[in-house]
Design a protein around this ligand. Sequence first.
Ligand SMILES: Cc1cc2nc3c(=O)[nH]c(=O)nc-3n(C[C@H](O)[C@H](O)[C@H](O)COP(=O)(O)O)c2cc1C
Length: 152
Amino acid sequence: MRRIIYRSLAAPALDKAEMFRLVYHARMANEAKGLSGVLLQCEQHLLQILEGETWKLFAAFEAIRRDPRHTAVEVMFERSIPQATFPHWPMRYFDERHIAKALTLMQAEAGGPLCSPVEEAVRAFFVEGFAAHETVRPSRPGAARPSFPRLC
Ligand SMILES: Cc1cc2nc3c(=O)[nH]c(=O)nc-3n(C[C@H](O)[C@H](O)[C@H](O)COP(=O)(O)O)c2cc1C
């Protein structure tokens, strides 16, 4: 079992309708391959956490990396993991409208605080997203701040 976390920038062609199609197909493909994870979007900024068996994960990521619907793909984390963080999410998608509750739902799905690499990547993404998108705010103070990151 392995995890890749990367960030990228959505191309102009990746509008809301195209993203809806992308996520729909990604879910079906990931389900068939036993892959799972989360895709976050804040304006053009994307962060994806993708987990699964190593060779299936690498094959999927090679296709994703070459996909012209996004650019500036930058891998932030790539390592073996003991178990999937979001095993029941073939690809959960949150955009800037739902970003405030994303962390709460992610923690609920993970069964507790997120492990530190995931928590750090998501937190950094949120901080940048909140800064770039002034109308986006956590639902209540501290809502997007998990405590006691779990190591994995
Ligand atoms: C931001 C982003 C995230 C994607 N996530 C996935 C994913 O989780 N699973 C997947 O199968 N395809 C995903 N895709 C689509 C792949 O890049 C590619 O279109 C798909 O794997 C089909 O590739 P193929 O035509 O080579 O079979 C994503 C694309 C983008 C731009």
